[in-house]
Design a protein around this ligand. Structure first.
Ligand SMILES: NC(=O)C1=CN([C@@H]2O[C@H](COP(=O)(O)OP(=O)(O)OC[C@H]3O[C@@H](n4cnc5c(N)ncnc54)[C@H](O)[C@@H]3O)[C@@H](O)[C@H]2O)C=CC1
Ligand SMILES: O=C(CO)COP(=O)(O)O
Length: 332
């Protein structure tokens, strides 16, 4: 009998815990703040992140991470990318031996330039074949409302991916499997940066042609980087690549796109953070790590680099747009 602990009760952790409970899987959700765990247990609601969603009565919650991890077969990590290492260092000794560890975070760690599965292997002391990544066009609010959605569970151990696939399948949530962890992770992390670029363009009043151009050329950048890092370009044609780009770059629900829009309106990064109500827009930090990763591997990523410079405040949104459109002409 499988038992899951979901660590992190933000929008996505709470939603994914609901998916698991709806799939009939035994699941406990760890919340950093006691009052959030209490509200989930008592009122079946996460008042801060999903106030309008009634959570399943079968979903348990706790503020005690050790208690949540006790005896589970699968650990799901729903912590923002730049905060994951710190938590894992605390939890490493309590992660059950042999458990599958599923990463939900979409980012690349600043400084180390590591993907989330590498951070988990490193800080959590987990064998790479036990680490799975779940990624795809998965805006939490729509899934919490039970709108039909597909996703990808990637793990180098195919049998583990299949187990997670079955344990999170519901009538509204359809997971596919993949063995290309690198491609799925880079798809999820990099699309946030491209969504920032689309937001910056939208904030300046540009429409769908600009968005589609950025999505498509962004996909070319992500595919090049994936191949350079040992992943497969074909993965990016799927849900974790094109699928997530389309959803995130076009949706008003995306925090990365909204953050970009604020920058496009002329707000500073600090002002845009306030406008996003403190919710995580992973691309703002990951763009720096992804740009550096690309530079070290000799991969050309002009859109990622443009976003990095806008987020660093070294160039204005308007200037960077002009630069991108005036780059050298070349074959597609
Ligand atoms: N929200 C969405 O639609 C989706 C989010 N993701 C990814 O899932 C990851 C988590 O995102 P969300 O749940 O949406 O974020 P969120 O901003 O809604 O919540 C973050 C959660 O992490 C917790 N947390 C634990 N330690 C923290 C710390 N030291 N600092 C800040 N927060 C801390 C917070 O308490 C909160 O429960 C991100 O990497 C995001 O890119 C992936 C797919 C969909
Ligand atoms: O990853 C997501 C959708 O797949 C969520 O995107 P945002 O973090 O931009 O809201």
């Amino acid at each position: 009998m499988s038992r899951y602990a979901v660590l992190g009760a933000g929008s996505w952790g709470t939603t994914f815990a609901k998916v698991l409970a709806d799939a009939g899987t035994d699941v406990v959700l760890w919340a950093r703040r006691e009052e959030v765990a209490d509200a989930i247990v008592t009122d079946h609601v996460n008042p801060e992140y999903l106030p309008d969603v009634k959570l399943p009565a079968a979903l348990r919650a706790t503020h005690d991470a050790q208690a949540a991890l006790d005896g589970v077969t699968t650990v799901v990590l729903a912590i923002p990318a730049q905060k994951l290492r710190g938590h894992l260092e605390d939890w490493a000794g309590s992660l059950p031996r042999g458990a599958t560890v599923v990463s939900l975070a979409k980012g690349v760690e600043m400084g180390t330039l590591k993907r989330m599965s590498e951070v988990i292997a490193d800080a959590g002391r987990v064998d790479p074949e036990r680490i799975a990544v779940l990624s795809g066009p998965n805006l939490a609010g729509e899934i919490a409302a039970e709108q039909p959605t597909a996703t990808v569970v990637a793990c180098t151990d195919h049998d583990r991916a299949v187990a997670v696939q079955h344990e999170c399948s519901t009538r509204y949530f359809k997971p596919y499997t993949n063995v290309d962890v690198i491609g799925c992770e880079l798809g999820g992390a990099c699309k946030n940066v491209i969504a920032l670029a689309c937001g910056v363009a939208a904030g300046q009043g540009y429409g769908d042609n600009t968005t589609a151009s950025l999505i498509t050329r962004g996909l070319a950048e992500i595919s090049r980087l994936t191949v350079a890092l040992g992943g497969q370009a074909i993965t990016l044609a799927g849900l974790a690549g094109m699928g997530d780009l389309v959803a995130t770059c076009s949706s008003p629900l995306s925090r990365n796109r909204r953050f970009g829009e604020s920058l496009g309106h002329g707000l500073s990064v600090a002002e845009a953070e306030r406008a996003n109500h403190g919710q995580v827009a992973e691309g703002v930090k990951s763009c720096e790590a992804i740009a550096e990763l690309a530079r070290r591997h000799g991969v050309d990523t002009p859109i990622v680099d443009a976003v990095r410079r806008v987020c660093a405040g070294s160039v204005s949104a308007r200037e960077v747009g002009d630069e991108l459109i005036n780059r050298e002409r070349k074959p597609e």
